[in-house]
Design a protein around this ligand. Structure first.
Ligand code: ZN
Length: 114
């Protein structure tokens, strides 16, 4: 897998954690479960570190997708986009194995072969 993809996936994981930490109802639940939510600042620092390593054009594309979808970058375990559940064309997979950046033609999410 390409390094940029790895970074994007890491960035997405952090974004999910940041969203959860910011979400007040989640925060309250987590606090009641005994979790401390003081890590938001650290998460944002870590996010910046990762974002700095991603090429701006790719980061830009991810940010736009992340505005619309909770999950903007997804693995493709079979022949289906797990974002919109549309079957992907065979031609998709020949390019997939050349490690190019892949985009679902139906929903626009970024896809990768795990
Ligand atoms: Zn899709």
């Amino acid at each position: 897998m390409r390094e940029e993809f790895r970074l994007l996936i890491g960035l997405q994981d952090i974004d999910v954690m940041i969203k959860e930490a910011k979400d007040k109802s989640t925060s309250k639940e987590l606090q009641e479960m005994g979790f401390q939510l003081t890590g938001l600042e650290e998460l944002q620092k870590a996010r910046k570190k990762i974002a700095d390593k991603i090429p701006p054009s790719l980061l830009n594309r991810y940010e736009k997708l992340a505005d619309h979808f909770t999950v903007a970058i997804l693995p493709v375990p079979g022949n289906m986009c797990l974002g919109c559940f549309v079957k992907l064309p065979t031609s998709f997979f020949s390019s997939a194995y050349s490690h190019e950046l892949l985009t679902c033609e139906n929903c626009g999410r970024l896809l990768y072969i795990p």
